[in-house]
Design a protein around this ligand. Structure first.
Ligand code: CO
Length: 134
C-alpha cells in the first residue's frame, strides 16, 4: 500500500539556523520559509535527490509543534510521510486493521496541496505517520 518516502519532518527550535545549516554545512537545496496557518507551522522544504526534508517551526499559539518542542527543546524528527495512491482506500484499510487515524478521519489538504492523513504514533512503533495521496 505505501509507496515512496515523501518526506521526513523535523521540528526545529530555530528555523533560520536550521535552514542555514542545511544550506551551508550539508550543501542542500533549501527553499524559502512558507507559513501554513491551517497546520500551525512555518515550513522550509529541503529537496534531496530521493526525498524531501521539511523543517517545521510553530506558527500561532495552538501549533501542534509547540508541545513537541517543549518536550524536545533541541528539536527532533516529528513525523515521516509515505505516499499512497488512494488515501481513502488506505484509510479504510488501516481503520479496519485497528489503526487510529487522527482528527476527524477526513483527509486535509497538506503543505504540498495534496490530501493527507495522520496515523496515531502508538499504532506505528512510536512514529507519527503521515500519508499523502500523490
Ligand atoms: Co508532513
Amino acid at each position: 500500500m505505501i509507496g515512496r518516502l515523501n518526506h521526513v519532518a523535523i521540528a526545529v527550535p530555530d528555523l533560520n539556523a536550521a535552514a542555514e545549516q542545511y544550506r551551508s554545512v550539508l550543501c542542500a537545496k533549501v527553499g524559502a520559509p512558507q507559513d501554513e496557518p491551517d497546520h500551525g507551522v512555518t515550513v522550509i522544504f529541503i529537496e534531496l535527490p530521493n526525498t524531501k526534508i521539511e523543517l517545521l517551526y510553530p506558527l500561532g499559539e495552538d501549533s501542534p509543534i509547540k508541545g513537541f518542542l517543549e518536550k524536545n527543546p533541541a528539536g527532533g524528527i516529528h513525523h515521516i510521510c509515505y505516499e499512497v495512491d488512494d488515501i481513502l482506500a488506505a484509510r479504510d484499510r488501516l481503520k479496519a486493521s485497528g489503526a487510529r487515524v487522527l482528527g476527524s478521519g477526513e483527509p486535509k489538504i497538506g503543505a504540498h496541496g495534496k490530501p493527507v492523513l495522520f496515523l496515531h504514533p502508538k499504532d506505528f512503533q512510536g512514529t507519527l505517520v503521515e500519508l499523502e495521496q500523490v
